[in-house]
Design a protein around this ligand. Structure first.
Ligand code: PLP
Length: 266
């Protein structure tokens, strides 16, 4: 069986973070391993508190795990602090160089709670620089590149910076925060042929907010890469999974809904 690894924060609701990633890995047919970077105290309405895990504990988790097993793809989610992000970076030196790495550059939760301290941005950029795919939402793309991403041209410019200046092999800029259609932009580096851009169009699905969609999308892409799918197929399948999950999302608490996943017993 193929396995994927997520290095992410804990969300006790199971809607986002490590708990959601592992559920997505499962429904995508890969074994999920998980290393926790931070605890959060949160319900479906808001993040109440964030407690980073001791950086040495993060590093030891990675060291011990990678000495024993070989994930076929790795996802990075919430990294919380500069020290934790550096531990992750150091730990990943043990990863085989050809292992696909998906970086979800989580900066803040939807309620505005910061999930990565500002001084960790340089190390986040370095991690993005060695990624197979980076999956920012529009806010993260704007923050990481300093560009205005409100137009399609602006988005393409930001994607170019993520690839050419920051060093990712591909970028998926998610359009969910757009006021109109939530189209995503996929930019891929094609060796000598430069960067190709593909706009992935979609219609907005009506309904109350859904929590953890970004986590699920990047986890599903990671699972696809772990299974050996090519990047574009992995992304297409992940978008289909997340769109269906939003359509059938369910209310587990008083706040945001969570994604429905295939096999859920209703
Ligand atoms: N908690 C954790 C651990 C997360 O990784 C995320 C995802 O970014 C969140 C909370 C916030 O999720 P949302 O943006 O859906 O509020």
């Amino acid at each position: 069986m193929r396995g994927a690894l997520t290095i992410a924060g804990s969300d006790p609701t199971g809607g986002a973070g490590l708990q959601a990633d592992l559920q997505v890995f499962r429904v995508c047919g890969v074994h999920g391993s998980g290393i926790v970077t931070a605890l959060t105290i949160q319900d479906t309405s808001k993040v109440h508190r964030v407690l980073p895990v001791f950086p040495t504990l993060v590093l030891d988790q990675i060291r011990v795990l990678l000495a024993d097993l070989k994930p076929m793809a790795v996802k990075l989610g919430m990294l919380a602090t500069d020290d934790v992000a550096r531990s992750v970076q150091f730990g990943l030196e043990r990863l085989e160089a050809d292992t696909p790495l998906v970086v979800d550059p989580i900066l803040a939760a939807s309620d505005g709670t910061p999930l990565l301290e500002r001084r960790a941005w340089p190390v986040l950029r370095e991690l993005i620089g060695r990624s197979t795919l980076v999956t920012p939402n529009l806010v993260e793309a704007a923050e990481l590149t300093g560009l205005d991403v409100s137009t399609e041209a602006g988005c393409e410019h930001a994607a170019r910076v993520l690839l050419d200046e920051i060093g990712a092999e591909a970028a998926l800029i998610k359009g969910g925060h757009r006021s109109g259609a939530p189209d995503d932009l996929l930019a891929i580096r094609r060796g000598g042929a430069g960067i190709t851009f593909r706009w992935l169009r979609s219609d907005r699905i009506a309904g109350e907010p859904v929590h953890g969609t970004g986590c699920a999308l990047s986890a599903a892409v990671t699972a696809g890469l772990a299974k050996g799918l090519d990047l574009e197929t992995a992304i297409d399948r992940a978008r289909t999974l997340v769109a269906a999950g939003i359509r059938d999302a369910w209310q587990i608490g008083a706040g945001a809904r969570v994604l429905a996943l295939p096999g859920d017993c209703r």
